[in-house]
Write a new protein. Structure first.
Length: 182
C-alpha cells in the first residue's frame, strides 16, 4: 500500500475508538497513509461504547474532500457516529463518490447507516452490528452474520464487519482490498 492515502470518515463525536484506531494502524503497518476527515476540521471525540475516550484531529472537512485524493475509504462505527454522518449532505456525497469511482470501501458495526443514506447497499451482501440488520434489508441489501464480508457485486469492493471483536479480520480484509483494488 506504499504511497496510497486512505480516508477515514467520522463525525465530530461518536466514533467507536477501536474501530478507528485499529484499522488506522493496519493501514499504516501496510505502508499506507491514513487521513482523518470529518464534517468540519478540528477535534473529534471518540468513544469506548458510550464513554468518551480520546480525541483526534480531523485535518480535512468532508465538504472540501475529494475521493480522487484517496485510494479507499474506511467508515468506523459507533452508534452516534454514522447517525450524525448520514445527516450531513457533504459526508454522504463523499461516501457516494467512492462507489461511483469504483474504489474500495470498508465499514464496520453501525457504519452501514451512512451507506444506506448514500443509497449504495441495494443488491450488496454485507454484515453489521445486529441492530442494523433490518435497516440494511429494508434498503435492499443481503445481510449475513459473519466476522467479515467482502462483496464485489457492484461498482466496487465493499468490506464489512460486525463489531470490535472482528477487527483483526476486518483489518486484514481492508488492507488486502485497498492494496489490490485501488
Amino acid at each position: 500500500m506504499a504511497g496510497k492515502k486512505i480516508a477515514f470518515l467520522v463525525a465530530p463525536e461518536g466514533a467507536e475508538q477501536v474501530e478507528l484506531t485499529e484499522p488506522w494502524q493496519a493501514v499504516r503497518r501496510a505502508g499506507g497513509t491514513p487521513e482523518l476527515i470529518s464534517t468540519a476540521v478540528g477535534k473529534v471525540q471518540a468513544f469506548n461504547h458510550l464513554t468518551p475516550a480520546d480525541t483526534f484531529e480531523a485535518t480535512v472537512a468532508a465538504e472540501t474532500a475529494s475521493e480522487s485524493d484517496y485510494a479507499g475509504l474506511v467508515l468506523p462505527g459507533g452508534v452516534a457516529n454514522p447517525d450524525l454522518l448520514r445527516t450531513d449532505a457533504a459526508a454522504v456525497a463523499f461516501v457516494t463518490d467512492f462507489f461511483t469511482a469504483g474504489k474500495p470501501v470498508a465499514v464496520i458495526c453501525h457504519g452501514p447507516w451512512t451507506l444506506i443514506e448514500a443509497g449504495v447497499v441495494h443488491g450488496r451482501t454485507l454484515t453489521s452490528w445486529p441492530s442494523v440488520r433490518t435497516d440494511l434489508i429494508n434498503a435492499g441489501a443481503n445481510w449475513v452474520d459473519r466476522p467479515v464480508v467482502e462483496c464485489s457485486r457492484g461498482p466496487n469492493t465493499l468490506i464489512s464487519s460486525r463489531k470490535p471483536d472482528d477487527l483483526p479480520a476486518f483489518g486484514d480484509a481492508l488492507v488486502a482490498a485497498f492494496a489490490r483494488d485501488s
